[in-house]
Design a protein around this ligand. Sequence first.
Ligand SMILES: O=c1ccn([C@H]2C[C@H](O)[C@@H](CO)O2)c(=O)[nH]1
Length: 152
Amino acid sequence: MTETASDATALIAAARTAALHAHAPYSRFAVGAALLMADGSVITGANVENASYGLSLCAETVAIATASAAGRLREIVAIGVIGGAMDADGKATGTTPVSPCGRCRQVINEAAQMGGRDLPVHCGAAEGDAVRTYRLSDLLPDAFGPADLGIG
Ligand SMILES: O=c1ccn([C@H]2C[C@H](O)[C@@H](CO)O2)c(=O)[nH]1
């Protein structure tokens, strides 16, 4: 499918809703991710922190794992991400767009390479209209990927 500007808005909205389910009692920083699938459906995820800290799962990784568990890793067309410091109700706040961490960029690259696409990644804020849209190649140039292992 062809991605439209309204897809970015919808993905940011879905990511904000997903972030309400963040388990982030340690950082108090909620992140939501939303994946636009080829059929127009959306799969979401939120960060899941761990008392060990280092085992915490990022929102993007949770969403991509959910898509993969449904056999849909190759169907991801675009990604939306938001994040921000949680208020007392656990809702993300802030007007600065959040972009994926380094590990998430590599995880996103796997989905992008499997789908044969250079995914748009819409980075939004918890509040407000600020959105920065990147291509994965902007976020992770010269990525290590399946081709390095002779695959694809
Ligand atoms: O791309 C990112 C970057 C950070 N986080 C989470 C990890 C941790 O729970 C919190 C603060 O780093 O934000 C994500 O979910 N995605």
